[in-house]
Design a protein. Structure first.
Length: 246
């Protein structure tokens, strides 16, 4: 997470206030009457940061509660209720860097890519989607970059037991700017946030704003993506890590 770059739409951008060692020394001295800053090592104390952001800033994991109040006919789970076994599993990477910005990936395209890399989905596999968006992170066109996963493709994965997915774009769905054009043309509400809304039928989580997916192999690695445990939240930040055998 970084301040001052294009990582979210206006109104959602994170803000970070950095407090210096000198400011920390002032706070520490106020707690110990008579203590002077020059008596402290280096004349300083703690440096800390104050962060103001949504739970969906930076690389994060969306909980089913983010998509709607119910999932599969029961109350959708929040981020602190996500099963831990979902968050450390075998993984694969699907490459859709050749798809144009705004393209909505279909189930057939998922199957074609799996055939290409020689991978068969098993329950709880973590599926990562690499688009061109990752290389545009922080640049002016980031929010419009890359393709997205449609409802059909998402449900295809969920029907096979996938419960965590991830993408390098701002959203699991196609960028809103492209969906907006399709909406203006068709007036079809089913195209809006369709990949997310799939979670109202089958509970699942997805990561957004992943980085360095281009450096991963297509198969043969594991992913850890345990979220910060925020009570009753719709999502939380995660330090997503891929474990690739030497």
């Amino acid at each position: 997470m970084k301040e001052g770059i294009v990582s979210d739409p206006p109104g959602f951008l994170p803000k970070i206030k950095y407090e210096t060692h000198e400011e920390g020394a002032d706070m520490l001295c106020s707690m110990f009457p008579g203590l002077k800053k020059e008596q402290l090592p280096g004349g300083g104390a703690w440096s800390i940061e104050q962060v103001s952001c949504t739970t969906h800033a930076g690389t994060h994991l969306d909980a089913p509660w983010h998509y709607g109040k119910q999932s599969g006919g029961v109350r959708a789970i929040t981020i602190d209720e996500v099963p831990l076994e979902w968050c450390f599993q075998r993984a694969c990477k699907l490459d859709f860097v050749d798809k144009p910005d705004g393209h909505v990936v279909s189930a057939d395209e998922v199957q074609e890519e799996l055939d290409r890399i020689g991978h068969t989905i098993e329950p709880l596999d973590i599926v990562l989607v690499n688009t061109r968006a990752g290389k545009r992170y922080g640049l002016d066109d980031y929010l419009a970059a890359g393709c997205g996963m449609g409802r059909e493709a998402t449900m295809w994965l969920l029907d096979r037991g996938v419960r965590v997915t991830g993408i390098d774009g701002w959203s699991w769905d196609a960028p809103f700017v492209h969906t907006r054009r399709r909406w203006d043309e068709t007036g079809d509400p089913s195209i809006i946030w369709e990949g997310h809304y799939a979670g109202c039928d089958i509970a699942y989580c997805h990561m957004e704003k992943l980085g360095n997916l281009e450096s991963l192999p297509s198969t043969g690695f594991y992913v850890s993506c345990f979220p910060v445990k925020l009570h009753a939240a719709s999502g939380a930040w995660t330090r997503a890590v891929a474990f690739v055998p030497p």
